[in-house]
Write a protein that binds this ligand. Structure first.
Ligand SMILES: O=P(O)(O)OC[C@H]1O[C@H](OP(=O)(O)OP(=O)(O)O)[C@H](O)[C@@H]1O
Ligand SMILES: Nc1ncnc2[nH]cnc12
Length: 360
């Protein structure tokens, strides 16, 4: 079996074990800790992961920062991005923090030749050892991989222990590219593709333009990678990604696809057919009205709301109100960019909020 397949099986274990949410807030109902200075440690009674403040703090990447506080917190396990080495495959490369139990090495079922060789269109092998339709740790069902037609000759593993796979020679030292470095690199790519425009659309507003980010496929992929990783480690189950008109529509669907879940649009008024719920709200530069179809989500369903940017928080707040009317649970409001000076996250009160990039 090609190198890398084991690593990804183990990644699942690591993600499952990682109970820390790198959000600036706790979960719904939880009081906000120190204005977002800490992230909560839900479900697994993990200790809180501490984080620095700063003009630009990089979410997951920061938790991975070499020597960063979270790495030393007992119980913290860094998620390993696709393609990185399994923790047990190379002594000391991903040293377990003191006091934690190393995940038991998994002996994956044998992958038929060709299956583990990186057939995933995204260049990863993350489906290989999860199996078709297998529940992703904590709940999601993954979509059938494209190569499911290979059943028999190359059926994905089903988790049944098989004979020990033959070890392939390890790739060279390039693998030393650590998880932290990868996250930071992704974040740098994203940050470099956000362009400021003074006095747009009205004097006094510094407009943060994500058009260059959309135009650069590597940067856009890095963005979706970061958001996907964040959501996978933060929430065991999400029913839908809801996106806000219009730039939230650019991020929400690819993210939902990655997670194997559906996307729900929350639109500006007058665009959606059928019965709707609507709400008006104030913007940084104007007023608007948002709408959602009344049957978009069922009561009790768990939703993450995504948008490109949080300024005053009026739009996001309005979207949360719409979800509340439909009795859905908002797990988190997720944006690429947060304009800290406008204090939009405060408007969200106890609703968890996460941003990749922060600007004053
Ligand atoms: O936090 P707020 O002050 O509410 O501002 C944030 C919102 O403003 C922008 O959208 P805009 O309404 O300009 O619409 P657009 O995405 O269609 O450009 C942005 O995409 C957010 O949705
Ligand atoms: N400053 C800003 N840049 C981009 N989009 C925005 N939406 C509201 N404020 C914005």
């Amino acid at each position: 079996m090609p190198w890398g397949t084991r690593a990804l099986c183990t990644r699942e274990l690591r993600l499952r074990a990682w109970g820390c949410q790198s959000s600036t807030h706790g979960r719904i109902g939880a009081p906000r800790a120190g204005g977002g200075a800490q992230c909560s440690a839900p479900r697994h009674t993990r200790p809180p992961c501490t984080r620095d403040s700063g003009a630009l703090y990089p979410g997951i990447a920061e938790l991975h920062a070499p020597g960063g506080p979270a790495l030393h917190a007992p119980g913290y396990q860094s998620p390993v991005p696709r393609g990185t080495r399994a923790p047990h495959a190379g002594a000391g490369r991903f040293a377990m923090p003191w006091g934690t139990r190393a995940p038991r090495p998994v002996v994956p079922a044998p992958c038929a030749p060709g299956v583990g060789g990186g057939l995933c269109a995204r260049g990863c092998q993350s489906f290989v050892c999860r199996g078709v339709g297998a529940p992703y740790p904590g709940g999601h069902r993954l979509p059938a991989p494209r190569w499911s037609g290979l059943r028999g000759a190359g059926a994905p593993c089903r988790g049944v222990p098989g004979p020990r796979p033959r070890r392939e020679p390890r790739p060279p030292a390039r693998a030393a590219h650590s998880a932290a470095a990868m996250s930071e690199e992704r974040l740098r790519r994203v940050r470099d593709r956000v362009r400021p425009f003074p006095d747009f659309p009205v004097p006094g507003v510094l407009f943060r333009d994500i058009s260059p980010l959309l135009k650069d496929p590597a940067a856009f992929r890095a963005l979706i990678d970061l958001l996907e990783d964040h959501l996978r480690v933060s929430f065991p189950h999400i029913d839908f990604i809801a996106g806000l008109d219009s730039r939230g529509f650019l991020i929400g669907p690819p993210l939902a696809q990655r997670l194997g879940i559906g996307f729900v649009p929350i639109r500006k008024k007058g665009k959606l057919p059928g019965p709707t719920e609507s709400i008006s709200y104030a913007l940084e530069y104007g007023k608007a009205e948002l709408e959602i179809q009344s049957d978009a989500v069922e009561p009790g369903q768990k939703v993450v709301i995504v948008d490109d940017l949080l300024a005053t928080g009026g739009t996001m707040c309005a979207a949360c109100e719409l979800m509340k009317r439909l009795k859905a649970e908002v797990l988190e409001c997720l944006v690429i960019i947060e304009l800290k000076l406008l204090k939009g996250s405060e408007k969200l009160k106890s609703i968890p909020f996460y941003s990749l990039l922060q600007y004053d």
